[in-house]
Ligand binder design. Sequence first.
Ligand code: FES
Ligand code: MG
Length: 579
Amino acid sequence: MSEKKMPKLRSAEWFGTQDKNGFMYRSWMKNQGIPDHEFQGKPIIGICNTWSELTPCNAHFRQLAEYVKRGILEAGGFPVEFPVFSSGESNLRPTAMLTRNLASMDVEESIRGNPMDAVVLLVGCDKTTPALLMGAASVDLPTIVVSGGPMLNGKLNGKDIGSGTAVWQLHEQMKAGTITLHQFMSAESGMSRSAGTCNTMGTASTMACMAEALGTSLPHNAAIPAVDSRRYVLAHMSGIRIVEMVREDLRLSKILTREAFENAIRVNAAIGGSTNAVIHLKAIAGRIGVPLALEDWTRIGRGTPTIVDLMPSGRYLMEEFYYAGGLPGAIRRLGEGGLLPHPDAPTVNGNSLWANCAEAPVYDDEVIRKLDQPLLADGGICILRGNLAPNGAVLKPSAATPALMQHTGKAVVFEDFDHYKARIVDPELEVDASSILVMKNCGPKGYPGMAEVGNMGLPPKLLAQGVTDMVRISDARMSGTAYGTVVLHVAPEAMAGGPLGIVRDGDTITLDCAGGILNLHVSDAEIAERLAARAKTLPSGPKSGYQQLYIEHVLQADEGCDFDFLVGSRGSAVPKHSH
Ligand code: FES
Ligand code: MG
């Protein structure tokens, strides 16, 4: 443990005075049975908990918090656990993304307004990781991330199945008539058989890897299974470490530098990470004041091989990833190939990212592949621009079909998700394997909340013919567990007046991933004419409630979908007392 003297504590502004204010702050806390000496200059460590039985991926977090507390107590700190809004991916309608920013506001105000010197973020399910990092970044105390860890491998008929990914696959098989409804339903319990987050390289695992690559967690935080006792050891050690971070004044802004984000972008390509990371990293960077552009994903990420062979892009699941060496093993491979842009970037344990990973063993070259035997030679997220997406769109190459990544085809257009669901099953629908499915009004304002509906299932009649992939384009997101040649995050979105809104059945579209192009073959004059006509028909949003706030203030996908008024750090100072 570091011998450094404890600096003047922020919590002393609450608990450190012998006057009316100090009386009030201490006295009500003492109703929990806290003795006087706990208020005598110990670092107060917040444990920001997204536990909820409605966020099943985080349902084991009360237990996890107990282990963090053990570490904090051992290191001489005092733990205070508090709940924040928990955005659970599987239950929340219309989409958990709608409440990511709401949760981040809760986190920011809870941390700033309360007596704490540092904070441990307990995160797991997709949106909880970015929401807590966004909120914490806007306050900028010493901060450490402890993730809940992935579920054990799913099992069906003696074989491994992956969270989410198996749902998409089995559903398509059922629509194609190759499995029965009974077989489809029988996968439910075997797919989710332990505590934890999705066990594929979906958004939760991706964001856990991003948190580790950014340096905000201890090594191996991303991959240790939720039920592995080593997850609880890591929670305990994180509790010890956060107290030392108060001594060192190791704030989040010293970790979340531009260099850290560049490392994370490279790591995302290596792990075949979710497209959602593009949105979440931008939002987190915005809160801490680090400039990050869509083109950074091209400049830094492209050319990076995908070496982590996990579903949905590859074969294995998070359990194997941990047993094979976890993220430190994958980062070591990148670094030894000269592909880690900033080895010296600091991390929360006081070491550089490279010092944490340089000697990390890799136990299985099938799961963490060698750089010269990658799953995909160029796994960086593809950023597209063109007259169909003036402010950008994304595609995940490791989840796509190479032959479709350069493709020109005729659009089959759906006005929104309901229109898609009604029309896609129509046996008369004019569509073939070369068509491009285009869906509008599923963006941040349009859905609202930019739901994960961009991986539109294929027309059943084509599935029955054996078609397995088609180009799909929308302003939606897609689950990190999904796959296909799917263009997402088209900006500006249709509901914000973007050109996606004026595509018509039969228009020709070109997708050129190598060139980074997404073009609609309609003349500029006609595009202008259609846009002007459409502008008159755009509906106004709700006139009350959270959805009004959301639609009026949400930024577009290329800006990270944060609220315009939340961008930036507002620090931890609260000059006024409450009474
Ligand atoms: Fe929570 Fe996938 S639904 S992590
Ligand atoms: Mg998801």
